[in-house]
Ligand binder design. Structure first.
Ligand SMILES: Nc1ncnc2c1ncn2[C@@H]1O[C@H](COP(=O)(O)OP(=O)(O)OP(=O)(O)O)[C@@H](O)[C@H]1O
Ligand SMILES: [Mg+2]
Length: 236
């Protein structure tokens, strides 16, 4: 099956500065790939490049089999790739239903279908988004992506600023969304254990270099290698 997103020795970064190098990722329908790594590793830069906000610096980025030479976020979005940024970017004065309606796109999912995925959000669907809890806001941010009927969701640090107990509930929703909608997901996450629990594949980036890339189950079963990779980051 053709991958929705496929990168071959992709370098990502800013101008001439490659902050992520030789990245090889395939995103297929219904698969979750988590991207892990310490602060400053290049995770957000990678997502921004996959979403078409930054030019690929070297190597290849293909969306639906078509190689992308230049940044073109609108075209990539029209191909079904949706970025959920770490600032959530909600209309805080509008309620969840209104937020979802504004993000809706022809061929996407209905507001009702999205609220079915997040029962907790449905209960709060007439409350201004700015008054929602952090976890509810994050569900809404995901919902705004899902209502577009995405083929790929790129999710940047959904757990940022949230209490651990909330994060424990939110991260598994990513798996559920992928299973129920068939979307491929690239999940950037600081909560390593949780991310490995929901992902199929894990990519660990340290200082812009891919230091581990394999099945999430294999890494989960061997936390020592994960620790070593991160420790390498602070000592090297
Ligand atoms: N606009 C920019 N111009 C130049 N360098 C940048 C720019 N934005 C980020 N960087 C640098 O790129 C590197 C990777 O940053 P990036 O935000 O991708 O890391 P990250 O893995 O997402 O980190 P975090 O976990 O803190 O979110 C960092 O060294 C950062 O300082
Ligand atoms: Mg980041």
């Amino acid at each position: 099956m053709t991958a929705l997103i496929s990168t071959t020795n992709l370098n990502v970064g800013y101008g001439s500065l490659a902050v992520g190098r030789n990245i090889n990722i395939d995103v297929r329908p219904g698969e979750v790939t988590c991207v892990l790594g310490p602060n400053g590793a290049g995770k957000t830069t990678l997502l921004l490049t996959l979403a078409g906000f930054l030019d690929p610096l070297a190597g290849e980025l293909a969306i639906n089999g078509v190689v992308q030479k230049k940044a073109n976020p609108q075209k990539i979005n029209e191909n079904g790739v949706v970025l959920i940024p770490d600032n959530r970017a909600l209309f805080t004065q509008l309620n969840p239903v209104e937020n979802l309606k504004l993000a809706y796109r022809k061929g996407g999912r209905t507001v009702d279908e999205v609220l079915d995925l997040f029962p907790a959000l449905r209960e709060r669907s007439r409350v201004k988004a700015g008054m929602l809890s952090g976890g509810e806001q994050q569900m809404l941010a995901m919902g705004r992506g899902i209502v577009q009927g995405p083929k790929v969701l790129l999710i940047d640090e959904m757990s940022m600023g949230l209490a651990p107990v909330i994060v424990e509930q939110l991260v598994p929703l990513v798996r559920q969304v992928s299973d129920q909608t068939g979307a491929g997901v690239v999940l950037v996450e600081q909560h390593v254990r949780l991310a490995l629990e929901v992902a199929d594949t894990a990519v660990v980036i340290v200082h812009g270099d891919v230091v581990l890339q394999e099945s999430a189950a294999a890494l989960k079963a061997d936390p020592k290698r994960m620790e070593d990779a991160y420790l390498g980051a602070s000592h090297g």
